[in-house]
Design a protein around this ligand. Structure first.
Ligand code: FES
Length: 120
C-alpha cells in the first residue's frame, strides 16, 4: 500500500489517499494506477482533455516527493511535456505516471485546475 498526496497549487488544499497496486485500475482514464487514475477515483479533479491517452498536456502535474516511486516516463510523454506551461524538472503527465513502488506527493498546478474549471 502506498500513500499518494495531492496538493492544489491554487487553493493549498491537500488530500492523501492510500492505494493498493493490486487494485489497479481505480478509474477508467489514463494508465492503470496512474496519478490520473487514482485522482479521479478519489474525487480529485485533474484536467484530462485527451481522456488520458498521452496526447495533450492538460494533466501536467509536478512531483514534490517520490519521483522514483513512479514509472519511468516514455519518449512520447517527454515530448508532450516539453510543450506544457510551467514545465519543471519534476513535471509528469498524470495519466502516464504510474505509482509503482512508494509514496508520492503531487502538486496540481494552477493551469491544470483552471482547465478543469473551464469545463473540459
Ligand atoms: S490527459 Fe492528455 S496527456 Fe494526460
Amino acid at each position: 500500500m502506498y500513500n499518494v498526496t495531492f496538493i492544489s497549487k491554487e487553493t493549498g488544499e491537500t488530500k492523501s489517499v492510500e492505494v493498493d497496486p493490486e487494485k489497479y485500475p481505480y478509474y477508467d482514464h489514463g494508465e492503470p494506477g496512474s496519478l490520473l487514475d487514482i485522482a479521479l477515483a478519489h474525487g480529485i479533479k485533474i484536467a484530462h482533455s485527451c481522456g488520458g491517452n498521452c496526447a495533450c498536456t492538460t494533466c501536467h502535474v509536478i512531483i514534490k516527493e517520490g519521483d522514483d516511486s513512479l514509472s519511468e516516463s516514455t519518449d512520447r510523454e517527454d515530448d508532450l511535456l516539453d510543450m506544457a506551461p510551467g514545465l519543471t524538472l519534476h513535471s509528469r503527465l498524470a495519466c502516464q505516471a504510474i505509482v509503482e513502488s512508494g509514496d508520492v506527493v503531487v502538486e496540481i498546478p494552477e493551469q491544470t485546475i483552471h482547465i478543469v474549471k473551464g469545463g473540459h
